[in-house]
Design a protein around this ligand. Structure first.
Ligand SMILES: Nc1nc2c(ncn2[C@@H]2O[C@H](COP(=O)(O)OP(=O)(O)OP(=O)(O)O)[C@@H](O)[C@H]2O)c(=O)[nH]1
Ligand SMILES: [Mg+2]
Length: 308
């Protein structure tokens, strides 16, 4: 059995920083983890990269292969799904659908490049991942540092397929969703962060831990309590105050949805405190049952059992 954290969240929410802090913490306590970079655009790391998706493909390569600058790439990208939809192959049909879905987000060339990169990952995932994972042993613990494009876990199936692959390799996987604590300065931002998390829960169907990151930036700690474990009614009244009256019904529906999934619960992460990282790691370990096998092994050798 292997163990894995899939670290996701909006761009800049602190995923890579969390991965490096987690690595340092584990190193200090003598525990082995391996951090995998899944961000094709990443440039530098504060952690040793165990596996790097950039060996498969990186954004520079995509731009170079296309022979285009950002504007030209955008034009190419706008034509890309239509070129794909003329194809008869099933996987290409999927690609066209995914690309069209991404296209609707807006004419952003970088997002397109991500889309192509991720589709490339999907096409090659089985071979690449199988080769890479073969290097890891049964009890290894992997942490996947993902890109910040939220469409990857909201409606494009690439991460879901990735997770299925990990599961087929006997990995227990937990989603670790990071939301920047600065989102709480505005209840509408906070709700949109919750919705993105909910999308990931529904898309990925995995044990899920929500983290409110960058707690060192929160000056008024009392404010935060309302957001770590907020009551639906409190959020609703704040939303209603913030939004125009025509949104009352929508606000109610959104809060009901959040309540129904009982997912509005965040664990605060303050990287200045070792205890904060330790607590979060213990919560995640619990979700993926890490350490339970070890307990069983110890119990197997319980001297009292031998006496019996
Ligand atoms: N004050 C503070 N800043 C942080 C913390 N974590 C991350 N940052 C800063 O937030 C910015 C983004 O951090 P990253 O770790 O690169 O965020 P990311 O989610 O990996 O970003 P993408 O991969 O681009 O989506 C950087 O400037 C970090 O230094 C934190 O706990 N406290
Ligand atoms: Mg990052």
């Amino acid at each position: 059995m292997g163990y894995a954290q899939l670290v996701i969240g909006p761009a800049g929410s602190g995923k890579s920083t969390y991965c490096s802090s987690l690595f340092r913490h584990c190193e200090a306590v003598g525990r082995s983890i391996h951090v995998v970079n899944l961000d094709p655009a990443a440039e530098q790391f504060d952690y040793p990269v165990a596996v790097d998706i950039r060996e498969l493909i990186c954004l520079d390569d995509v731009m170079e292969e296309l022979g285009l600058g950002p504007n030209g790439a955008l034009m190419y990208c706008m034509e890309y799904p239509f070129a794909l939809s003329n194809s008869e192959s099933t996987s290409m049909d999927f690609s066209a659908t995914a690309s069209c879905a991404i296209f609707r987000i807006g004419p952003n060339g970088w997002k397109w490049l991500y889309a192509i990169t991720m589709l490339e990952l999907e096409d090659n995932m089985d071979d690449w991942l199988t080769d890479e994972l073969d290097n890891y042993l049964d009890d290894d613990y992997l942490v996947f540092d993902c890109p910040g494009q939220i469409e990857l876990f909201s409606h494009v199936p690439v991460l879901r397929n990735f997770v299925e692959h990990l599961k087929s390799k006997n990995f227990n996987v937990c989603v670790v969703y990071l939301l920047d604590s600065q989102f709480i300065t505005d209840v509408t931002k906070f709700i949109s962060g919750c919705m993105a998390s909910l999308s990931a829960m529904i898309q990925l169907e995995l044990p899920h831990v929500n983290i409110l990151s960058k707690m060192d930036l929160v000056t008024n700690k009392r404010d935060i309590e309302d957001f770590l474990n907020p009551q639906g009614q409190v959020l609703l009244s704040e939303l209603n105050q913030r939004m125009a009256p025509q949104f009352l019904k929508l606000n109610k529906a959104l809060i009901d949805l959040v309540d129904q999934y009982s997912m509005v619960s965040f664990v605060p992460l303050d990287l200045r405190k070792e205890s904060s990282i330790r607590y979060i790691l213990s919560q995640i370990d619990n979700c993926i049952q890490y350490g339970e096998d070890a307990d069983v092994k110890v119990k197997d050798f319980d001297p009292e059992d031998i006496d019996d």
